[in-house]
Design a protein around this ligand. Structure first.
Ligand SMILES: [Fe+2]
Length: 292
C-alpha cells in the first residue's frame, strides 16, 4: 500500500474503483500487483487515472492481470496503429436511437460472446474522443443478481441463453430501445458481421464466482433465446428479464479522459456505449485478457 491512490468509483455503487499513481515501472512491482489484483477481484472494474496514454502502458497494465500474469497474449509494444493484440474500435455507422441520431451507440452486452476462448477482461483506452457523449456504461452482474425480482430470477437459475450473430446491431431481438434503426451502415461493422455470420454460442444466465457471489450475466444484444425454450413463452420470459435488468441496474457511465484506462471483468459485467454526435469520431483501443 502507499504507492497507489485508490477510491471508489462513486459513493453509491457497490462495484468499481479508481486508481491513480501507477506508472510502467510500478506495474512490475509485486506489491502493487497484489493490491491491484485484490481490488479487481472485489470491485470488478478499475479506472486507472492519469496514466501514460501509450500502447506500451496499455500492454503493461494488461499484463498485470490473469493467473501468472501471462494471459494477455503477445502484445507488441510499438506505438503505431494496427499492433498485434490491440483491437481498434470505431464506427462511422449511424443509428437512430429513440429518435436521436448517434454514432457508436452500443446496447448492453458482454464482449466476444462468440469466442471459444473465454475472455476474462478487457482493457480499454481512448484514441480519439468526441467533444461530448461517447460514455461507456458498466453494470455489475453481482448487483443485478441481487436487485432483480427473486421470482423472475428463479426462472433463470439453471438456464442457458443462446447468442446468435443474426441479432447483431439493429436486428437486436431482446431488450431493444423503444426505437432503434439503421441510418447509415458502417463498412467495418458489416464486415465484422459477415465474419461472424452464423455464429451461435451458449452462456449460463447465472453463474457463481469462486467467492460465492452469484452473477446475473445476460447480454441483451445478440441474445437469440433461452436454450431448449425457443418458444413464445421463453422469448417473453427473456424479454421480461432484459427489461428487469434495465430497470434495476445500478450503472456507472464513464466519461473518458485521454489519460484513462479501464479494465472490466467481462464475465461479471455487461457494458454499453452511449453514442455521440455523428459529427465526431470516437475511436478506442482494446486489449483482452484470456482466462485459463
Ligand atoms: Fe463491448
Amino acid at each position: 500500500m502507499g504507492l497507489l491512490r485508490t477510491r471508489s468509483i462513486a459513493d453509491d455503487l457497490p462495484f468499481g474503483a479508481r486508481i491513480s499513481g501507477i506508472d510502467r515501472e510500478s506495474t512490475f512491482d509485486p506489491v502493487v500487483r497484489a493490491e491491484v489484483d485484490a481490488i479487481f477481484e472485489e470491485r470488478g472494474l478499475i479506472v486507472f487515472e492519469d496514466v501514460e496514454p501509450t500502447n506500451s502502458m496499455q500492454a503493461a497494465i494488461t499484463k498485470m492481470f490473469g493467473p501468472g500474469h501471462a494471459h494477455a497474449g503477445e502484445l507488441a509494444v510499438s506505438e503505431g496503429d494496427q499492433v498485434e493484440g490491440f483491437i481498434d474500435l470505431e464506427t462511422n455507422g449511424i443509428s437512430e436511437v429513440n429518435g436521436e441520431h448517434l454514432s457508436y451507440y452500443l446496447p448492453w452486452h458482454f464482449d466476444q460472446w462468440y469466442s471459444s476462448k473465454f475472455i476474462r477482461a478487457g482493457v480499454l483506452r481512448p484514441i480519439s474522443l468526441p467533444a461530448e457523449g461517447g460514455l461507456t456504461g458498466f453494470a455489475d452482474g453481482v448487483q443485478l443478481y441481487q436487485a432483480v425480482s427473486p421470482e423472475l430470477r428463479a426462472r433463470f437459475e439453471t438456464v442457458n441463453v443462446l447468442y446468435d450473430s443474426d441479432y447483431l446491431f439493429w436486428d437486436m431481438k431482446f431488450g431493444r430501445p423503444r426505437s432503434y434503426k439503421q441510418v447509415r451502415d458502417s463498412g467495418s461493422s458489416a464486415e465484422k458481421a459477415a465474419e461472424r455470420a452464423n455464429m451461435r454460442s451458449v452462456h449460463p444466465a447465472i453463474w457463481q464466482r469462486p467467492t460465492g457471489e452469484r452473477v446475473l450475466h445476460i447480454s441483451p444484444q445478440q441474445a437469440a433465446g433461452i436454450e431448449g425454450m425457443e418458444t413464445p413463452e421463453g422469448d417473453a420470459l427473456l424479454e421480461a428479464m432484459c427489461r428487469e435488468i434495465y430497470a434495476k441496474m445500478a450503472s456507472y457511465f464513464h466519461q473518458w479522459k485521454e489519460t484513462d484506462m479501464v479494465i472490466w471483468d467481462n464475465s461479471r459485467f455487461i457494458h454499453s456505449v452511449s453514442g455521440n454526435s455523428p459529427d465526431h469520431v470516437r475511436k478506442m483501443r482494446r486489449t483482452m485478457i484470456f482466462a485459463d
